[in-house]
Design a protein around this ligand. Structure first.
Ligand code: PGA
Length: 900
């Protein structure tokens, strides 16, 4: 039997038998399909790298034969290491590294109980809660869906192995079945050849809804009903940006919005029809044996099902009627017959509530007999929950666009309508006055007879498409409109003006308040905008028509951006700026009489707000959660958190649990401490900001150093998303999107956005005892430091130094790298001192194991990447070089478990 990847070379490897098992099978596959030579080379490089990582003297990875690999060998080798990381991720997820202790609702109820907070308080909170992970198409998922699917099939087979079985359901030998899946993985091309289109992204996200969310959410509620002893309202939803987020993505237009909603509707209805069909088979109760209430008999009668064989089976007849109505709904809403047409004629449902009412009638009928067990548990209860959660639209689709686009479009509309010749020249006061005048009447600015620029025409088309969607699928299909780079009240009023063009904002007649069918939501994403957020929202709420709208709705959302604030001000300043903004916004909302709903725009990597969501939600300032929270889930995080039903249940439950804790658990620190800690954070943030800005924005040449040191240009060529890598042609760091910024630093193992500046701040802070106290007792700092620690542990400046020859000006390279090295040392030493550890991750053994296992697999990939980058940039045009670079990016991202 081959031994690749199974040698007990590292303590971490020996600790996880699944990793050993899967690694051994991967070795067998490489040997069988790649040949003995590749197997031996790979094994040789691997063990040398492991030795080096373990600090074995004389073990130098640069001598391990990497340089001798041919281009073909390099590609195969890289794939092998990537697959190992993929399998290691799988093994780790199975061991529950992803599931955090105490993150299930039952444990949370106990924890709240210990503070005297009972289930009633939890149910009261849930009665007006809204918890929403929102899936976006941010381009950070480097793996093809086919690869992820193979991985998931292996996970399913491993489940069978867990049960102690040696055969699959089909009688196949289990080891052979797993071997075969790995062999398929080995022979599946990891890189996309073709560019992704928005339609591909829509298709991709729909697979998560069909396979995971539609079945999983109702199952979770069933679990929660048991532990709560009551049925909470449906507070958990899954949101979607794909087909609605057009900030910097010119390919998202009205057609894509229509497609996202239309396809979503198809998926929801297909799920309901399958569920109803299955119920028809199940609910065979006969009037001869069961008492059936009149309401069910009426439903059966109305169904038109006159089949003699079902004469005594009113439930089945009622279900046939519901099915017929669903089939008619499908035709009405999607224009297509369902896969399984109905033999009966039914009238289309006008709204999901009507379908729900019929299902509830059936459930109440079942509940009226015996102990009610037939109604509450089981498929019918889950189906009712699904209809409440997913409606006919499947997922609420958010719209998003950049404030600069709205400004231009509104300016053009005003100009063409003869209202204002130069809106862009007006100051903020004049803009607000003008926009309010327009919002006070229902006369649209747009005209069918005007010739608009392409941009304006496209923006108008999309709001009209949104209005049409409201008519077809109901108002829940689009409720949020996010304004990127929001920095003023007029930025929000402009969106209301655009919504008015399609009747989605209506001025109230005769003193009645206006009606806003879609909420305009500012996204504050620079340090300055986060600071200004409370005063901007105060001014917005101060407008009487807005106050009316917000009070009628009862809540308002504000989105806060983690990545861009990090790129702007560095890790700690961003983290603290987000916290302070959330805290300062809370009284503004209270005064306006509206619940605050924060939408956290965060990605997978720490430089983009990544890290444990469970800890991050709990670390929010008290009063800022109030049962309502939305969080983006992006790129590789989607497969990691929702790739299989088990993992999705764990993560959705953790999000819910954290929200309950953040909303209900008393503040863990005294007011006195809160004030002291905030003062200390202000000082840390100020010093970290100064150090970060000085290096990144204020030192001549840093931009070129960054562009040459990291694979930023090559990342832009990856086909991982439909949207272009940058919004503008400018190469300034200010204009770069946050994803490639974070992604490229991660590849070169510097991970600068996750830590730079923190060390300077910690070193300059004199009261070390205060810092230690904060790190111990304050969930905010604990969570921030845990993320910092993870990022420091994944970075490796020894490896990063291998990228230095890529920089043209070596003098400059040395000088910048010297500063980075110094900053890293300060952060490292500062963190250990504050947390009282002698090495990184000393107090986080499972994370330490996970990271240490991976490091030896990443280093050779980095070294190969550097060599390939050198050759590529020197003008060598062998296509295998570019392929190798892209593969290495893929493999490193997989091994680090975060991309950008
Ligand atoms: P954005 O996202 O560029 O779409 O604003 C930033 C991020 O999530 O990192």
């Amino acid at each position: 039997m081959a031994t690749l990847l199974s040698t007990p070379a590292s303590p971490a490897i020996t600790q996880n038998p699944d990793i050993r098992y899967l690694g051994r099978l991967l070795g067998d596959v490489i040997r069988a399909y790649g040949g003995e030579k590749l197997y031996k080379q790979t094994e040789y490089i691997r063990s040398a790298s492991v030795d080096r990582a373990r600090g074995i003297q004389g073990a130098d990875v640069t001598d391990t034969g990497l340089a001798a690999l041919t281009l073909d060998d390099t590609l195969n080798f890289t794939r092998g290491f990537m697959l190992f990381s993929m399998l290691a991720n799988l093994a780790e997820d199975r061991q529950g590294v992803a599931a955090e202790p105490g993150a299930d609702v039952a444990s949370v109820l106990e924890r709240l109980e210990s503070h005297g907070i009972g289930k009633d308080a939890v149910l009261d909170l849930l009665a007006h809660s809204l918890i929403v992970p929102v899936l976006t198409a941010h381009p950070t998922e480097v793996r093809r869906k086919s690869m992820i699917d193979h991985k998931n099939r292996i996970a399913d087979l491993m489940h069978i192995k867990d049960a102690g079985r040696t055969e699959t359901d089909d009688g196949e030998n289990l080891d052979e079945a797993i071997f075969r899946q790995i062999a398929l993985l080995w022979q599946t091309r990891p890189l996309r050849r073709e560019k992704l289109f928005v339609q591909d992204e829509i298709d991709n996200v729909l697979t998560y809804f069909r396979d995971i969310f539609l079945p999983v959410l109702p199952a979770l509620y069933a679990r929660w009903e048991r532990v709560l002893g009551a049925r909470p309202q449906s507070f958990l939803r899954v949101g979607n940006w794909i087909g609605g987020d057009r900030d910097g993505n010119p390919f998202v237009q009205a057609a894509q919005l229509r497609s996202a909603l239309g396809r979503g509707c198809e998926a929801a209805l297909a799920f309901y029809m399958d569920g109803v069909h299955a119920l028809g088979a199940e609910l065979s109760l006969s009037t001869e044996l069961a008492h059936v209430p009149q309401a069910v008999l009426d439903l059966a009668e109305a169904s038109g099902d006159a089949s003699p064989s079902r004469k005594d089976e009113p439930y089945r007849r009622a279900i046939s009627g519901i099915y017929a109505r669903l089939a008619a709904t499908c035709v009405a809403l999607t224009g297509a017959q369902p896969a399984r047409p109905s033999s009966l004629k039914g009238e289309a449902y006008g709204a999901p509530q009507e379908l729900r009412r019929d299902l509830v009638t059936v459930a109440q009928g079942l509940a009226s007999e015996g102990d009610g067990a037939l109604a509450t548990g089981g498929a019918l209860g889950r189906l009712i929950r699904a209809v409440e959660t997913f409606g006919f639209h499947l997922a609420t689709l958010d719209m998003r666009q950049n404030s600069a686009v709205h400004e231009r479009v509104v300016a053009e509309l005003l100009r063409q309508a003869g209202v204002e010749a130069d809106y862009l020249a007006l100051d903020e006061y004049a803009r607000i006055a003008l926009l309010r005048r327009e919002l006070a009447n229902n006369r649209p600015l747009g005209s069918r007879f005007s010739d608009y620029s392409e941009e304006t025409a496209s923006e108008l088309a999309i709001v009209h498409a949104a209005a049409e969607a409201h008519r077809v699928y109901g108002p829940q299909c689009i409720t949020h409109y996010i304004i990127s780079k929001a920095e003023s009240v007029s930025d929000m009023l402009e969106v209301n003006i655009l919504l008015k063009e399609a009747g989605l904002w209506r001025a109230g007649a005769d003193g009645a308040p206006p009606q806003a069918a879609i909420m305009a939501i500012p996204l504050f994403e620079t340090i300055a905008d986060l600071e200004a957020a409370p005063s901007i929202m105060t001014a917005y709420f101060g407008l009487p028509e807005i106050a009316d709208v917000v009070q009628a709705r009862g809540h308002q959302e504000v989105m806060i951006g983690y990545s861009d604030s990090n790129k702007d001000g560095g890790y700690i300043t961003s983290t603290w700026g987000l916290y302070k903004a959330s805290q300062a916004l809370e009284p503004v909302f209270a005064k306006a009489g509206a619940s605050m709903q924060l939408f956290h725009g965060r990605g997978g990597a720490v430089g983009r707000g990544g890290g444990s969501a469970f800890a991050a939600i709990q670390a929010q300032p008290k009063g800022s959660v109030q049962g309502r929270i939305r969080i983006t889930e992006q790129g590789e995080v989607i497969a990691a958190k929702f790739g299989t039903r088990d993992v999705a249940m764990t993560n959705l439950e953790a999000m819910t649990s954290a929200t309950l804790l953040a909303s209900l658990e008393p503040e863990g620190i005294s007011q006195h401490d809160a004030a002291r800690f905030a003062g200390a954070m202000d000082e840390l943030s100020k010093n970290a900001f100064a150090a970060y800005r000085d290096l990144v924005y204020d030192t001549e040449g840093f931009k070129d150093f960054f562009r040459q040191l990291t694979p930023i240009q090559e990342i832009s060529g990856l086909k991982i998303g439909s949207r272009p890598a940058s919004r503008t042609k400018s190469s300034a760091i200010e204009d770069l999107r946050a994803i490639p910024w974070v992604f490229s630093w991660a590849q070169a193992r510097v991970m600068l956005p996750g830590w730079y500046g923190v060390g300077h701040a910690l070193a300059a802070f004199e009261d070390k005892a205060l810092l230690a106290d904060m790190a111990q007792s304050w969930s905010f700092l604990k969570s921030a430091l845990a993320n910092l620690e993870m990022v420091l542990a994944k970075s490796d400046l020894g490896i990063a130094a291998q990228y230095l020859p890529l920089v043209e000006d070596q003098g400059q390279a040395e000088s910048f790298f010297g500063r980075i090295r110094e900053g890293w040392g300060l952060a490292h030493d500062g963190l250990l001192a504050v947390t009282g550890q002698s090495r990184l991750l000393e107090k986080s053994p499972s994370l330490e194991t996970s990271i240490r296992l991976r490091l030896p697999y990443i280093e050779p990939l980095n070294l190969l990447q550097v060599e390939l980058l050198k050759r590529h940039r020197a003008g060598e045009d062998d296509p295998r070089i570019k392929e190798g670079i892209e593969l290495s990016i893929n493999a490193i991202a997989t091994a680090l478990r975060n991309s950008g």
